[in-house]
Design a protein around this ligand. Structure first.
Ligand code: PLP
Length: 397
């Protein structure tokens, strides 16, 4: 039996999908037209599955900064910061992130995935314990595994379960890292952070919050859920990504702990990979400034989110309980979700299709991510398209 035979079930599943004429996992965007529109299958399509929350991907200042850096500093860094040295722009971006969070230490990674890998694997090692929310993103799971700590899960957003597990750990709870997300990426629900902080303090554990989907969205300054819930001083480390609200790529960790800096010397995903391209760093830096200076973007995002949530709710779709930029319609079966996803695409609307095993509780979801750049007309078209493709069985009674 060859090593490649393990792919046969995937091959079969893919062939089944293709024979039904639906191929959601090989979608090609033929031409990107704006933060919210692209040509797909030869048709202008509204994008409502991109995590482009603030719509900054085409901001002229970000583009100009990227172009200038490209011309002045070249296409890539060709190595890691540890081996090749940091460009001044990497360190500038770290200072800008640290300043934004009002924390002394920030480390930038090449992706958000690597930020989780790098920070988690450096913090929790063999002999330590990690307690992570069961619905955590794959990068959190992978980062936890990489460090060699014992990894335990608590039930999604269940503070009682977290408390119970910490109690069982006894003295080990002081060497336990609790990992949660600000806004969860699939259903858009938030961590009960205030209660989690109380529990963490009671047991003397360490808490890390992944604000990937809450940076630029929650909090007075857009710093995320920890700011929104006024618990930043009790969170030991925040990680996040530049690939969503800031419209570029890269990730970061920030912390007030003086030892945080030493993660650089022990973190394989920091040491053994090429650092971010100068153009990416430059556009990220400008996007961060724009985000800080333009709270109106955040207000518009919330207005748009309310509009879409109310529209889909009005059609009778089962949605997550919380209004927010991630709006997931729960569809009773995988087959229906596939058909509706395809139907929406044919109507010129692109959403994320999420099906088991990638989803919590084996749900089938049509996941929308709203952007501040969506126009009212686009939002109305999205709602109308959902109405066109639904059948009574897809909506709650
Ligand atoms: C919660 C969370 N953390 C980390 C990441 C990884 O970020 P990136 O795609 O920028 O590597 C994602 C990506 O979707 C995410 O949802």
């Amino acid at each position: 039996m060859s090593l490649f035979e393990k792919f046969l079930p995937i091959k079969q599943a893919r062939e089944e999908l293709l024979s039904s004429g639906i191929n959601p996992f090989h979608l090609t965007i033929e031409k990107i037209l704006s933060p919210t529109e692209a040509m797909i299958n030869g048709r202008p399509t509204i994008l409502v599955g991109t995590n482009n929350y603030l719509g900054l991907t085409f901001h002229p200042d970000c583009i100009q900064a990227g172009q200038e850096a490209l011309a002045q500093e070249g296409t890539g860094t060709t190595g890691s910061r540890m081996a090749n040295g940091s460009f001044a722009s990497h360190s500038d971006l770290e200072r800008a992130i640290a300043d934004f969070y009002g924390m002394p230490h920030a480390i930038v990674f090449s992706t958000g995935y690597q930020a989780n890998l790098g920070v988690l694997s450096a913090l929790a090692r063999s002999g330590d314990t990690i307690l992570l929310d069961g619905d955590s993103h794959a990068s959190i799971y992978d980062g936890c595994r990489l460090g060699g700590a014992e990894v335990l899960r608590f039930k999604h957003n269940d503070v009682t379960d977290l408390d119970k597990r910490l109690r069982r750990l006894g003295d080990r709870s002081r060497r336990t890292l609790i990992v949660v997300e600000g806004i969860y990426s699939m259903l858009g629900d938030r961590a009960p952070l205030k209660e989690i902080v109380e529990v963490k303090k009671r047991y003397g554990s360490t808490l890390i919050v992944d604000e990937a989907h809450s940076l630029g969205i929650l909090g007075k300054r857009g710093r995320g859920l920890a700011e929104e819930d006024d618990v930043e001083q009790d969170v030991d480390c925040i990680v996040g990504t530049f690939s969503k609200s800031l419209g570029s790529t890269g990730g970061f960790g920030v912390s007030a702990h003086p030892e945080f800096e030493f993660i650089r010397y022990t973190s394989r995903p920091y040491i053994f990979t090429a650092s971010s391209c100068p153009s990416v760093v430059a556009s990220t830096r400008v996007a961060l400034r724009i985000m800080r200076e333009t709270p109106q973007l955040r207000r518009q995002l919330w207005e748009n989110s309310r509009q879409l949530y109310d529209g889909l709710n009005g059609l009778g779709f089962s949605l997550g309980a919380e209004v927010g930029p991630i709006i997931a319609a729960m569809i009773p079966s995988k087959e229906q979700a596939l058909t509706m996803w395809q139907g929406l695409l044919e109507q010129g609307v692109y959403v994320n299709l999420m099906i088991p095993p990638a989803t919590p509780n084996s749900e089938s979801l049509l996941r929308c991510s709203v952007s501040a750049a969506h126009t009212l007309k686009q939002l109305e078209t999205i709602i109308q398209s959902f109405s066109n493709v639904r059948t009574p069985i897809e909506v709650k009674s």
